[in-house]
Design a protein around this ligand. Structure first.
Ligand SMILES: Nc1ncnc2c1ncn2[C@@H]1O[C@H](COP(=O)(O)OP(=O)(O)OP(=O)(O)O)[C@@H](O)[C@H]1O
Ligand SMILES: [Mg+2]
Length: 217
């Protein structure tokens, strides 16, 4: 399902010298530094597998997931997800994967989650019956029914993450990229999210690639 070969991303960053004179110097001569955020990453993941992606801060996990989602371009190597080349950003590919970034909000802050879900229904052009069945199943599994009409900014971190997961799964993706979906959650919520993902993976055979700093994940 996922084939990654020598995937590499080098960022070129400007190194500013300290202080005002350093800034002045930078106007005439720029010192660049090349940082390999991901260096020759290779792996294979079969359909339906649930894989944890571990590594210290700065190892390149988020960068790799962003390349697999087509958000940033690799500077070397290649990747295939379900036969698609993510760098081409084809609509057919966008319909079959989802990316959840635990450190970022993807839902509309000033709207109840339910409204963002409706927007997604239109973006993905989901038939009403499918949408309702999927939403009901996810809401039931995650136990967030009473919170659907609450502004996202008023939700707790754990409730918000559950809503983010629902938003990511509404279009029934076959591949799920999760970047620290349990970050900052209390042990009970971490367990709930973990259990949900495990059940969902078994039930629907989605392929999941998850990063986390909690070994229990
Ligand atoms: N846009 C960017 N420009 C320059 N350097 C970057 C950029 N994005 C990431 N990096 C660098 O690439 C390296 C890998 O970053 P990345 O976010 O992929 O790590 P990570 O494994 O997800 O770490 P963490 O566990 O802290 O989330 C880091 O050294 C980071 O500073
Ligand atoms: Mg990261």
């Amino acid at each position: 399902m996922i084939e990654v070969r020598n995937l590499t991303r080098v960022f070129r960053t400007y190194k500013k010298r300290p202080g005002f004179l350093g800034g002045l110097y930078g106007l005439f001569k720029r010192d660049f530094e090349e940082i390999a955020a991901a260096k020759e990453v290779s792996f294979d993941i079969a359909e339906g597998e649930f894989v944890g992606f571990l590594g210290p801060n700065g190892a390149g996990k988020t960068t790799t997931l962003k390349m697999l989602a087509g958000l940033i371009y690799p500077t070397g190597g290649s990747a295939r997800v379900a036969g698609f080349d993510p760098t081409r950003r084809e609509n057919a590919y966008r319909r079959i994967f989802a990316l959840v970034l635990g450190q970022k909000n993807q839902l509309w802050w000033d709207l109840p989650a339910q409204e963002s879900f409706l927007l997604l229904r239109h973006i993905y052009n989901l038939p009403a019956a499918d949408y309702k069945a999927t939403l009901d199943e996810l809401v039931e599994l995650l136990g967030v029914g009473p919170k659907l009409n609450v502004m996202v900014r008023e939700l707790s971190l754990g409730e918000r993450m559950k809503m983010e997961l629902i938003a990511a799964l509404l279009h029934r993706p076959r591949v799920l990229f999760l970047d620290e979906p349990t970050i900052g959650l209390d042990v009970v919520s971490q367990k709930a999210v973990r259990q949900f993902l495990r059940d969902y993976n078994r039930r629907h055979r989605v392929t999941i690639l998850l990063t986390s700093h909690y070994m229990a994940d």
